[in-house]
Design a protein around this ligand. Sequence first.
Ligand code: AMP
Length: 419
Amino acid sequence: MNAFTNLGLSESLTQPLEQLGYSEATEVQERAIPAIIAQRDVLASAQTGSGKTAAFVLPLLDKLRQVKPAKGRPIRVLCLAPTRELAQQIDDNVALFIGELPLRHAVIYGGVPIKQQIRDIGNGVDFLIATPGRLLDLLSQKQLDLSQVETLVLDEADRMLDQGFQDQIQKVLNQLPEQRQNLLFSATFNDKITKFTHGLLHDPFIVQCQRLNKAADDVKLIIYEVEQNEKPDIVYYLLANNTQQCLVFARTRRNANLVDAYLREKGMSCAALHSDKSQHLRTQTLQKFKDGDIQILVATDIAARGLDIEQLPLVINFDIPRHAEDYVHRIGRTGRAGMRGVAISLMGGDERSNVAAIEKLIQQQIFIAAIPYIDSNNSFEYDSEIIASASSIQPRKINKPSGISRRKTSTKPGKPRAR
Ligand code: AMP
């Protein structure tokens, strides 16, 4: 017996988990798996990186495994995700957990040729992962039949509602049988989602692992208050002597391109990821980053969810996100699965209200650090001292933003400022 068989999963699924390094179940897995096996609807909030994909994929595969598929191999599990990258990642997990089991899965999303996807699903699949747009496209072409779906999973449901997918989701729901299991997973919950779930979930089993909308404990949150026009330079200096991988988030595609071009011009290993890039390039760039072939990825919020990169130690917010929830997701790209991480946000004068909204959401004051001095090699000393002091937050007041050129004359890392 291992930790996962104790939760009611069969050995054919749990045995390979040990080789994957899953020796203990995470909190969300411990609580959600038995409820999913018991056929309950589940409403789960768990912080990003907490292992929620396995929490729903494992029990669903176990159920699929136990019942022989009907003739024509209908889709029995449908999982909807807001971004192509997240859909792909869920599918990668499904493939991993299926291993040698005789189960079929497929993923469908836009931006890639539809023909191959039609062929994939035409052969019959048990577990389908999809983004709503392409799914509806295939439904309207009568290439899909969802009338035998036994379980619907909505991952990152709040994002789907935020991105205006509500009408699309409703259209998908209309195609599903009324009798089914519904599983709703999200790291952040808001009013919209609570309202939406009323009609969807029946007597749901609630899994609330952490306080809602919380940042992972192992992620140090730091803000540098800067002038907008200093930001590219500061990102460069922060990364100049850094050999580890870093994800830089920008609010707009334009800013992502700008930072990417700036860093590449400085000779850094960098690429941009946003929705103006072709899906082929998006997939390729992400893979290169995951393989460690690119050191810095500059992305819009399409990368805020769904990216699971082993031990990503640093996230930089070039812009403060407009929606506070996005901050939680962005910083969730670091400190995953119990690892330590650092999330640095560059706050321009006009972004203070966004920071205030974030602090309210995460119920935590974010440490405003003094911009570290730039040494004679033109690199930032920002690591140990700043990070160590980030844990002792005092209420503080910001007086005036300081410019990068002024700091060049300084010889010591500054003390944390009051705000
Ligand atoms: P997720 O929150 O589903 O994106 O998972 C975050 C990361 O944790 C992924 O790399 C998973 O492979 C990993 N993971 C999930 N469950 C476990 C577990 N029980 N033990 C170790 N790693 C896990």
